[in-house]
Write a protein that binds this ligand. Structure first.
Ligand code: HEC
Length: 160
């Protein structure tokens, strides 16, 4: 190969490499903007907690991972990102309270309010609290998440 050809090949290689890197960066950035919610839980905790979540009908009132019951009509706060708003200790106490409305007042009719899960086995309440606490929201979406929660809980528009 002549020297000139080598230079040309090297340049082509460089351009290709740069464009691959750029497209990767672009994908990362876009992805980052798309989904602000993530869980820091291990797959094992996530699977067990989601089983408890499903078998206790949480889904009939709450949204999580954009999943909700089709007939859902209760304006309950969504649980995506809840671990950035509440601590595991708070969540455990809330799930364990015989009267959750003492911990967190409700604006809704009794049948729509958060039920007490105090009779769930302690281990299940722990797992749920651990998993809920692992549900985080990325910084750039924190304010929107806080606002949405506030408005669901109070029915009043949020002002910073
Ligand atoms: C009958 C509907 C209903 C069901 C079923 C239900 N919730 Fe709730 N939940 C609510 C409502 C409504 C609120 C807001 C407080 C209130 O109005 O009582 C709430 C509040 C919460 C909160 C506090 C949210 C915040 O903004 O701090 C958490 C956490 C929560 N629920 C988790 C769960 C989990 C986990 C389950 C299942 C084990 C569950 N909920 C089942 C209706 C429900």
């Amino acid at each position: 190969m002549k020297r000139g050809e080598k230079v040309v090949l090297a340049l082509i290689g460089l351009v290709l490499f740069a464009s691959v890197v750029r497209s990767q960066l672009h994908v990362e950035e876009k992805h980052d903007r798309d989904i602000p919610f993530y869980s820091a839980a291990t797959p094992d905790v996530a699977r067990k907690a989601m089983d408890i979540y499903r078998s206790n009908g949480c889904k009939s009132c709450h949204t999580l991972w954009t999943l909700q019951d089709m007939l859902q009509s209760v304006p309950a706060p969504m649980l995506d990102g809840i671990g950035s708003l509440r601590t595991e200790t708070w969540l455990y106490g809330y799930l364990s309270s015989p009267n959750p409305q003492v911990v967190l007042p409700s604006r809704l009719k009794k049948e729509y309010q958060m039920p007490s899960y105090a009779t769930l086995p302690e281990g299940e309440r722990h797992l749920l609290a651990q998993y809920l606490a692992s549900l985080k929201v990325k910084d750039w979406y924190f304010d929107q998440t806080k606002k949405a929660e506030y408005e669901k809980l109070t029915g009043v528009e949020y002002h910073k």
